[in-house]
Design a protein around this ligand. Structure first.
Ligand code: CA
Length: 162
């Protein structure tokens, strides 16, 4: 019985032993004229959006064919996890909203939201990020018309200090 208790205490202290820190977080709720910390392919197609499909007071909206990239210095960190939420509206067959990341020379697809997803509903994703110097996170909408929309919210990168 005592042995069981000790293992339990050990297991708890291992899981809470190192506290994850927030390395990057954007909920797009800050009322700024432009998205802060993102490089947009187009300032008219990638915007801060306060309409129906958001968490909190705003989200990032991507229109037609566009993307937004964030560059994050991750050299002090390890055990990283990237989480984010994506929604779509009015996408047709073959059109999709993607999240990709790069820590070396190749983009890795973290999540794909296709036209078959429910419109205006946020889907949550979490992926592990390998240890590296720089992390690029990219959201891409492969739509074809200006009424094809992708939405991104609650982008968060957590990790432990090395
Ligand atoms: Ca938000």
């Amino acid at each position: 019985m005592r042995k069981v208790l000790i293992s339990l205490v050990l297991a708890v202290s291992v899981s809470f032993g190192s506290f994850a820190v927030t390395i990057f977080y954007d909920n797009f709720d800050a009322n700024l004229p432009r998205l802060n910390g993102w490089k947009e392919s187009s300032s008219s197609y990638v915007t801060r959006y306060t309409g129906s499909y958001k968490i909190g007071s705003a989200a990032m909206q991507l229109k037609k064919s566009s993307n937004a990239v964030a560059y994050i210095n991750i050299s002090p960190y390890k055990d990283m996890r990237l989480s984010f939420k994506m929604a779509k509206y009015s996408l047709e067959t073959g059109e999709k909203l993607l999240c990709q990341y790069m820590t070396g020379t190749k983009w890795v697809t973290a999540a794909t939201l296709t036209n078959t997803a429910k419109s205006g509903v946020y889907y949550s994703y979490t992926v592990s990020i390998p240890t590296a110097t720089t992390l690029k996170i990219r959201f891409i909408l492969n739509g074809s018309a200006t009424n094809d929309y992708g939405y991104v919210d609650e982008v968060k990168l957590i990790g432990n200090r090395k």
